[in-house]
Design a protein around this ligand. Structure first.
Ligand SMILES: [Mn+2]
Length: 356
């Protein structure tokens, strides 16, 4: 964590701040290794502290060895205020995207002796590039999702409800060591496939349905995200096969184009052009992909608006889709790691149009 603290201190210098308080849970974990759910990180040019309560002081001492642990009593803000005065902080950064207006007002009341300075994505910026230990955790989360996909292929049969499929996925992944679901799984069968975020319902799976499964888990704080579309109990129709192959072609071309220096918009465009040329441009209404790490959706974005240039160590999804009203949809999603000269696909689930 020392390296990460140093990088934050460089940012403090750049922004002419004496310190920053970090409350965003993912940023807190990233900066400290502390897994407790309450505590404010205070990083200044010379000190690094976690202000937390009685429930977490021992745990914080064990997990966050680079930090001084300060236990607060009834009022965390009171303790924070004393610390800030002792440290002679004049300009204090806070996380604009995380703190609420109500909380900001409380800070203003308590910290009248200093200037509160809004910061945007200071820690998130560091989180874009994953180090070896983070890549290892994402790989494990990806592996659990891959195994869950293989498992669910054996489990699925006509007559099961989407909800039963979703529950089985959750049960399986948690048995493999996942601590949580990365999001509400999408289990969208038949015409429901038109909904890019069609979470599982009581609809029963029917022969001839296409089924889009979008699942992911959390492993040691890191997320996975996997989408496959399969076909249930029948050979695909010509149209199902056609739409599937277009999405797959777009996905493979985008993956092929990923390398350092390319922007998210450039990669998005490659997939979008293939889908548009095939006549389905209007039916691909979302971005191509997103960063994955401590949050399942984070920077950088692969989308029309994605200005970030890809760099080695970024981990992103590539997930084009085609959604047709009164018909259904197809989406195929892998997670890839950007390398020095291209990218490595971390997802191993098959991309054949699988019939179960
Ligand atoms: Mn995704």
């Amino acid at each position: 964590m020392e390296g990460r603290i140093k990088l934050v201190r460089n940012k403090l210098d750049e922004l002419n701040l004496d310190g920053i308080m970090i409350n965003n849970p993912q940023n807190r974990y990233y900066m400290t290794g502390f897994t407790g759910t309450a505590g404010t990180i205070l990083i200044t040019k010379k000190t690094a502290k976690i202000i937390t309560d009685f429930r977490y002081t021992e745990q914080a001492k064990e997990q966050a060895v680079d930090y001084e642990i300060v236990e607060h009593g009834n009022s965390k803000l009171e303790t924070l205020s004393e610390e800030l005065k002792d440290l002679e902080i004049n300009r204090l950064g806070f996380e604009a995207a995380y703190e609420t207006y109500k909380q900001y007002n409380k800070y203003q009341d308590k910290f009248g002796f200093l200037e509160l300075v809004s910061t945007k994505g200071l820690v998130e910026e560091l989180r874009k590039i994953k180090d070896a230990s983070e890549i290892k955790e994402v790989k494990k989360a990806v592996k659990i999702a891959d195994q869950a996909f293989d498992h669910i292929l054996d489990y699925i049969e006509p007559g099961l409800t989407e909800r039963e499929v979703s529950l089985e996925l959750e049960y399986f992944m948690k048995k493999q060591g996942a601590t949580d679901n990365a999001f509400d799984f999408i289990v969208a069968s038949g015409k429901r496939g038109v909904l890019p975020h069609g979470v599982a319902t009581d609809k029963e799976l029917e022969a001839g349905d296409m089924l889009t499964l979008d699942l992911g888990c959390v492993y040691r704080g890191y997320n996975s995200d996997l989408t496959r579309t399969i076909i249930i109990g029948a050979e695909p129709t010509e149209k199902q096969e056609e739409v599937y192959q277009i999405v797959l072609k777009a996905q493979l071309a985008a993956i092929d184009a990923i390398k350092p220096g390319k922007t998210g918009a450039e990669v998005d465009k490659i997939a979008r052009e293939i889908i548009t040329k095939a006549g389905y441009g209007e039916n691909f209404g979302h971005g191509l992909g997103h960063g994955v790490g401590l949050q399942v959706h984070e920077e950088p974005r692969l989308a029309k608006t994605g200005k970030t240039k890809l760099e080695s160590g970024m981990i992103v999804t590539v997930e084009p889709g085609i959604y047709l009203p009164d018909w259904g949809g197809v989406r195929i999603e892998d997670i890839v790691e950007v390398t020095i000269d291209g990218c490595r696909i971390l997802t191993e689930a098959s991309k054949e149009l699988i019939r179960v």
